[in-house]
Structures are given as C-alpha cells and as structure tokens.
Design a binder for this molecule. Structure first.
Ligand SMILES: C[S@@+](CC[C@H](N)C(=O)[O-])C[C@H]1O[C@@H](n2cnc3c(N)ncnc32)[C@H](O)[C@@H]1O
Length: 265
C-alpha cells in the first residue's frame, strides 16, 4: 500500500504548488486590480456572468449571525459581501498573494474578518464551527474533492449548508486542451476527475462528474438539496479576463453550476 500513497501525496503537493504559482500570476495579471471594485459590489452574484443570488436563492435566507467559511476565497469578495450582510466569514486560501490583496481590501474598506493561509484539503480551524461553507471557483475546482469535501463536512455544524460553484461537466467535455469551446464533445467523460493543464500554462483542476460528486457528498454525510445550472442574465457581457467560455456558448448550454448540500443533523 505504501508506494501508491506516497506517489499520490507527491502528486497532490505538485498540484498545490502549481496552483499557488498560477494564482500568484493571475493575482498580478488581474485579480488584484479587480478586487476593490468586486468588494464594493452591492448584490451577491454568482459566476462570471454575475447571476444574482436573488434569482437562484442558494444561500440561507438569513445570513445575519451565520459563521461562514469560504474555501479558496482568493481575494475574498464573496466573504466581504456576506460580512456586509451580517455573517461572520473566515476566508481560507493557500496563495499568499491572493490573501495579501484581500488584506489590502479589508484596510481600504474597513471590513474585517479572519484570513487563513491553507489549502482546503487541510484547514487549521476547529470542527463543527461553521453554519455555511461556500466556494466560488475556489476549492470547488482547485482542491482534491475527496479531501476538501471531508474538510467541509468536518468544519460544518450538523445541518450546516455547503454551497459551491464550478464549471459544468458539459462545459469541460466540450473544451479542448488548448482552451477552445466546441459545440460538440471534445473529450471523454470517463477519466475527467482531474486535469493537469500545466503544459498549457495553467494549473491542476478537479472536475469529477455528477455521479462521482454525488457519491462523495453522500459519503461525507451531505444530502444534495439542489443543483442550479446557471443561465447568463439578458444583460450579461463577455468577461474581460475569464473568457475561455464565450457568452454565446453559455447562452445555449450551462457553463456554470451551483451545488447546494446540507450536512446531516
Ligand atoms: C478563481 S479564485 C476563486 C476565489 C474567488 N471567488 C475569486 O475569484 O477571487 C481561485 C482560488 O483558489 C485557490 N486555490 C488553489 N488551490 C487551492 C486549494 N487546494 N484549496 C483552496 N483554494 C485553492 C487559489 O489560490 C485562488 O485564490
């Protein structure tokens, strides 16, 4: 047994190192310059086409007083939005540059909450200390699902809610390795758990298909409450930076999806 475990550990460390490097670069290219404005946005929205929370209603109706952990918070604008609504967020992310931007925004906008440097696979926070765990393109695609879902389950109180946004399986299957979106299948679904895109200047991503994800959620004591496939709003425009999926494609097929699960009481 020891050899496979050893190889897997090394692979996980490599994935984390590659993704930290990637998000340090993306912070310098885009996320740092965007963060202040993102923190200031009035509405809670989801994904690259800003689908309003009022439309999808995936968060608890009452956020005031909830303990929230954001897993893979990046520049932490989602945590900032929830803090302004009375929640008590803690942002967790393994990339120092992303957290440094979040700290700058905290100073500039006087919205304070704890920020913890850690991967979602191993979070140095006590068990059963949160009512809500959330991830918008954070742990949901950059962390090893078997590990981060177990961590989310550990961190949540009984009855707590897990809400995460990721790319749809369909969008992954229609994308080519060099980043084009086809209007037909470009790759097989079997073997789509993990993608190593380092050769293309990207990172290591995790995209388990629906069946696998449902089984992992249930194995960690979650009930799936909803799966919302997002349709861009009528006034959506192409994203200036995250433009791998053209708006035209996303208007015909779901490109992003939000999972809502509840930890057993
Ligand atoms: C697209 S950002 C998502 C966060 C936020 N919604 C944003 O757009 O700023 C992706 C984040 O995932 C983080 N990340 C990478 N590997 C991770 C891991 N193993 N666990 C948690 N987060 C990770 C990166 O550091 C990066 O800040």
């Amino acid at each position: 047994m020891s050899a496979p475990v050893y190889r897997w550990r090394v692979t996980l460390e490599e994935a984390l190192a590659a993704n930290r490097e990637l998000w340090t670069r993306k912070n310098a290219e885009y996320t740092d310059s965007r963060a202040h404005d993102a923190w200031l946005e009035g509405d809670v929205t989801w994904g690259q086409w800003h689908v309003p929370e009022t439309q999808v209603r995936v968060l608890p109706a009452q956020l005031d007083g909830l303990d929230v952990v954001e897993l893979g918070c990046g520049t932490a604008y989602v945590s900032a939005w929830l803090a302004r609504r009375g929640a008590r967020p803690v942002g967790v992310d393994p990339t120092p540059a992303q957290l440094e931007t979040a700290r700058r925004c905290q100073r500039e906008l006087s919205i304070e909450f704890p920020l913890v440097e850690a991967p979602a696979e191993e979070v140095p926070l006590p068990a059963a200390s949160f009512d809500l765990a959330v991830s918008e393109y954070g742990a949901s695609i950059w962390a090893e699902p078997r590990l981060w879902l177990a961590e989310a389950a550990r961190l949540l109180r009984p009855g707590g809610r897990l809400v995460f946004l990721r790319n749809t399986t369909l969008s992954i299957l229609c994308s080519t390795d060099d980043g084009r979106m086809l209007e037909c299948l470009a790759r097989p679904q079997f073997g789509s758990y993990r993608y190593d895109w380092r050769a293309y200047g990207d990172g290591v991503e995790f995209h388990p298909p629906h069946g696998e994800l449902i089984r992992m959620l249930r194995a960690n004591g979650f009930q799936v409450l909803d799966l919302v496939e997002l349709e861009p709003p009528a006034d959506a425009v192409e994203h200036p930076y995250y433009n791998d999926i053209p708006l035209r494609w996303a208007r015909r097929w779901p490109a992003e999806e939000i999972w809502v699960a509840q930890k057993d009481s």
